[in-house]
Design a protein around this ligand. Structure first.
Ligand SMILES: NC(=O)CC[C@H](N)C(=O)O
Length: 314
């Protein structure tokens, strides 16, 4: 009988080409002008298991920026810096059902703290909780964390994407100033400095193999199976994975959880980080997005694989 891994090796290239066809039903994000240059038809895939075996397919070496995928890891860093009580006094634990950049519930629902750390308002708040005296110190700590998680010390920011976002981020600026007015960002917090940290971590450039490696650390409760190093306490990984399941795919998280049953986090550059707990770390990139902001081809590929191999955690 062939093993799951052998079946994956055999099937992934065919299924990837099948899923690539879904790109035509999506559009590349353009509200950050630099992202509009991404190739719409691209689709890349990497999967790692804990014995360092790797399968790659399609445009697996394409570079793209983390965008919202970074929010999972800044949450982990903030939890390590401030503890659960410190983080959850500023940000909630519930999905919103609204768009990721929505302002609606901040005003509608008392006490005006962001509903969760994976929407923009929540992630901006989390950026303010990262330890460090200056924005540069905070962003350097975040970057070092990604170096540890990926085992790649060459990872860095994409300056063009960073500048493109910082010059056009009127909505995120509004969110951040609103948070300041609500005192979610306290007196000591400089709004522009927090935004600098937030845009910087969104602009870290990776391939889907980096995503798969990072996902593997989450799949193994915070220990990197490739080095044996404990990078994050298990409890914090548990929190992050729960948020990924309930809020990781924006206001499509429920449908994705029903169809794939996997903790995952997407970003507007088309990346999706997903994991099969105790087994695999997965990275996908496909820049064409659906109306919720998730990669059309990437979602299709993950749902195909999860259904075929019965990966749902439920
Ligand atoms: N959904 C996303 O990937 C959003 C990230 C992007 N940097 C923003 O703040 O709008």
């Amino acid at each position: 009988m062939t093993s799951v891994w052998e079946q994956l090796e055999k099937q992934v290239p065919t299924w990837l080409e099948e899923s690539r066809k879904q790109a035509c039903s999506g559009n590349v994000a353009a509200y950050i002008p630099e992202l509009a240059n991404a190739p719409r038809e691209a689709l890349g895939f990497t999967i790692f298991d804990n014995t360092t075996r790797i399968i790659t397919a399609g445009d697996y070496d394409m570079r793209f920026t983390l965008q919202s995928i970074s929010k999972v890891f800044t949450l982990l860093l903030a939890l390590m810096d401030q503890g659960e009580a410190g983080v959850f006094s500023k940000v909630g634990m519930e999905p919103t059902g609204d768009n990721f950049n929505s302002m609606l519930k901040l005003e509608l629902v008392d006490p005006g703290i962001p509903f969760n750390p994976l929407i923009n308002a929540g992630a901006i708040t989390v950026s303010s909780l990262i330890a460090g005296a200056t924005p540069a110190e905070k962003t350097n700590r975040i970057l070092s964390f990604f170096h540890e998680l990926t085992g790649d010390p060459t990872l860095t920011f994409n300056d063009a994407v960073y500048r493109s976002e910082t010059n056009t981020a009127h909505r995120n600026r509004s969110l951040a100033y609103f948070l300041k007015a609500n005192r979610v960002l306290g007196d000591e917090v400089d709004v522009e400095e927090v935004l600098e940290v937030y845009f910087k971590h969104c602009s870290i450039e990776v391939t889907c193999s980096h995503l798969a490696r990072m996902a593997l650390v989450l799949a193994f409760d915070g220990t990197d199976p490739m080095t044996g190093r404990k990078l994050v306490p298990r409890r914090y990984v548990q929190i992050a994975k729960t948020f990924m399941l309930t809020c990781g795919m924006y206001n499509e998280s429920g449908a994705f959880a029903i169809r794939s049953g996997l903790p995952a986090k997407s970003g507007v550059s088309g990346g999706i980080l997903a994991l099969v707990p105790g087994h695999y770390g997965i990275g996908v990139v496909g820049p064409a997005l659906n109306t919720k902001g998730n990669s059309t081809a990437g979602v299709h590929l993950l749902e195909t694989l999860s259904t075929a191999f019965d990966w749902s955690i439920f």
